[in-house]
Design a binder for this molecule. Structure first.
Ligand code: IMP
Length: 433
């Protein structure tokens, strides 16, 4: 039995898509357990670049099953667009995709509320992706969510009644709180979603049963996390977080698989740090030459929203906390080659707070975290190309030293090193499967 969870160690965009795609070779099933189409996973192979927002990257490999678990919030319109887009590019999407019929749906009012709320917040906005993720999870937790299974058989009658009261409440909110005349029509939404359900129905099943039976039969499962540890709704830089459990533990609740089935947790961390959206970022270098260099060399532009990512030095306490929160058994360090031209590289090993006290972990409260000044350790750069290297022995000494130091300070071994965007541009230090 091998069940590996892949999660991000920072604020998302760590390059999980590539690592998952790479490890899929050894897995039978790739399952997503949280988030929705706020994610943007870039996969490069055969000189083509694919960006996936919902469907697990396992979809590209023949003979593998891609699963969307119950913890994912699904925008059926975005899902069908993604399926159609992949099929148009010649990618098979059929029996190789299974979606939980208990996954909650992103409804039109969720998308509207996400955007209106951000506008109302003004300078205090979260900087969401505007995909309706937060409002959809709110309704799920408030027991006002709509699931695929609601459209099945007799459930439809109940759904009509529930949908009426849910939408009436949204329409009141639209007028009284958001001050818009946006109006959602119950019949129209029901008909639209019932038609979407018909198209998605062939992919639906009880994915918890499917996954557990596969695990019991000795199949290898890869759980693909979206966003990152510090965007987790419980443990992230609250309130500048997403609305789901992005940690490895989320794989269990988000797929209906018990914790005793998980065998490994691999954390993906960029060789530096990036963040999109608002929120604290102590090692941020925006507006500085090094920050711009990282942004340009790393092509740090959001795969979902096209926003330029904020860039900064590697932050040890951030990743060390991710190792602890996720029980990580190994780290995959991505985009090492982006640092190739630097003479010196800094890594934050702690912070100084406003009283001048040294902290070795970041406070969770966003206000306190925003005031931190990082304490850096300087390491020599390697000033030579690591692009495309596939052997550890080929890495320059200073690059090895950099990775060793990250491993020493975070407490997790580096098992994979990514030296370029494509599958082949990877150093496998230790095999994960
Ligand atoms: P939401 O998930 O759209 O509600 O956005 C909440 C926060 O999470 C914002 O700061 C987003 O920029 C961030 N976020 C959401 N999804 C991703 C992702 O896939 N990568 C990086 N940041 C993300």
């Amino acid at each position: 039995m091998t069940c590996v969870v892949i999660v991000g160690c920072q604020w998302g965009d760590e390059g999980k898509g590539k690592i998952v795609d790479l490890l899929t070779e050894h897995a039978d099933i790739v399952a997503r357990f949280q988030g929705g189409n706020n994610a943007g996973h870039t996969v490069v192979f055969d000189n083509r670049t694919y960006i996936l927002h919902l469907i697990p990257s396992g979809i590209f490999r023949k003979g593998k099953l891609a699963v969307l678990g119950n913890g994912v919030v699904v925008d059926p319109i975005a899902l069908l667009e993604e399926i159609d887009g992949l099929q148009a590019k010649g990618v098979t999407v059929g029996d190789n995709l299974r979606i939980s019929d208990e996954a909650n749906l992103i409804m039109p009012y969720h998308k509207a509320m996400d955007k209106l709320r951000e506008t109302l917040k003004g300078a205090g906005k979260i900087g969401t992706t505007g995909r309706g993720i937060g409002p959809a999870y709110e309704d799920k937790m408030a027991r006002g969510g709509v699931r695929f299974s609601d459209f099945r058989g007799n459930g439809r009658k109940d759904l009509c009644g529930r949908l009426k009261s849910i939408i009436e409440e949204k329409n009141v909110l639209m007028r009284s709180h958001f001050h818009t005349d946006a109006f959602f029509d119950v019949g129209e939404i029901y008909d639209q979603y019932a038609a979407l359900y018909q198209r998605i129905m062939p992919y639906l099943c009880d994915t918890s049963v499917l996954l557990n039976e596969a695990i019991d039969a000795g199949k290898a499962v890869l759980f693909e996390g979206a966003q990152g540890t510090h965007l987790d709704v419980d443990h992230g830089t609250y309130p500048y977080v997403t609305s789901s459990s992005t940690l490895a533990g989320g794989a269990c609740t988000g797929c209906g698989v018990g914790p005793t089935k998980i065998t490994d947790v691999i954390g993906v961390a960029k060789a530096y740090t990036t963040r999109v959206g608002e929120g604290p970022f102590p090692t941020e270098l925006t507006g500085q030459a090094v920050g711009e260099l990282l942004q340009k060399r790393g092509q740090e532009i959001g795969a979902t929203t096209g926003r330029v990512r904020r860039c900064g030095w590697f932050d040890v306490p951030l990743v060390r906390e991710a190792v602890r929160l996720n029980g990580m058994t190994g780290l995959a360090i991505t985009k090492l080659d982006v640092l190739d031209t630097l003479e010196h590289i800094e890594i934050a090993v702690g912070y100084r707070d406003r009283e001048g006290e040294i902290l070795t972990s970041m406070p969770h409260h966003a206000g306190a975290a925003a005031e931190l000044v990082p304490e850096y350790e300087e390491l020599a750069g390697w000033e030579s190309s690591t692009r495309g290297l596939t052997k550890l022995s080929a890495l320059p000494k200073a690059a090895r030293r950099y990775l060793d130091r990250i491993s020493e300070l975070t407490g997790a071994p580096v098992v994979l090193i990514s030296t370029g965007p494509s599958r082949e541009e990877t150093i496998v230090v230790e095999s994960v499967f």
